[in-house]
Write a protein that binds this ligand. Structure first.
Ligand code: ADP
Ligand code: MG
Length: 180
């Protein structure tokens, strides 16, 4: 039987594995993820997509974001207005102002025009067979997906992040996980 890992230890191990990924292998893996996400978007009705700006070795999907307007899809980015609250989503285009949000993550500076995304990309440090997401431990996606209306949720991960950990009561499984 597979050993259930402690979330904190798993985060450390998987973040180290991600940092060790050579740049050219990462570029190729990111391109494969982008192709699969592109196909998913072609198969689903999405007008407003909640994305993310890659940090800490996350898959970089910025090339795909650049194609979204021509496909009739607007990119939104998440903002933490207050800690311990769900994410809100703001329209963003390359060049629009960014600043650290209440969680310390770079996010759009714009405030006020909060939109409900049709689908959200949730970058995963790890994920399980049951589509549970291992994030940075802030619980922001869990809080966001616990709300109604709930957007479609797409975990974005490297395949080596597949792991096994026990779900906590607040962990919301994602609808789909796209990997390289
Ligand atoms: P992550 O999903 O980012 O890896 P965790 O699942 O470990 O992080 O959750 C981090 C914290 O967020 C937990 O302490 C949990 O109590 C809190 N949390 C998650 N979802 C909710 C929620 N719906 N309501 C209140 N707190 C939540
Ligand atoms: Mg969680």
């Amino acid at each position: 039987m597979e050993k259930l890992s402690d979330k904190a230890q798993l985060r450390r191990d998987l973040l180290a594995a991600r940092r060790a990924l050579p740049a050219d292998a990462k570029r190729e893996a990111d391109a494969r993820i982008a192709r699969r996400l592109s196909q998913w978007l072609a198969d689903h009705q999405v007008k407003l997509l909640g994305g993310y700006l890659a940090m800490a070795g996350e898959p970089d999907l910025s090339a795909l974001y650049a194609e979204l307007p021509s496909r009739g899809i607007e990119l939104l980015l998440p903002v933490v207005l207050e800690k311990q609250q769900p994410l809100v989503f703001v329209r963003w285009r390359p060049g629009d102002a960014l600043a650290r949000d209440a969680s310390g993550t770079m996010a759009p500076s714009a405030r006020g025009d909060y939109l409900q995304p049709d689908a959200v990309l949730a970058p995963c440090i790890g994920f399980t067979q049951e589509n549970l997401r291992l994030g940075f431990g802030g619980g922001y996606f869990d809080r966001t997906l616990a709300r109604s209306p709930r957007p479609a949720s797409i975990g974005i991960a490297y395949q080596f992040g597949k792991a096994s950990f026990a779900a906590e009561a607040h962990d919301v499984p994602l609808d789909v996980i796209i990997t390289d």
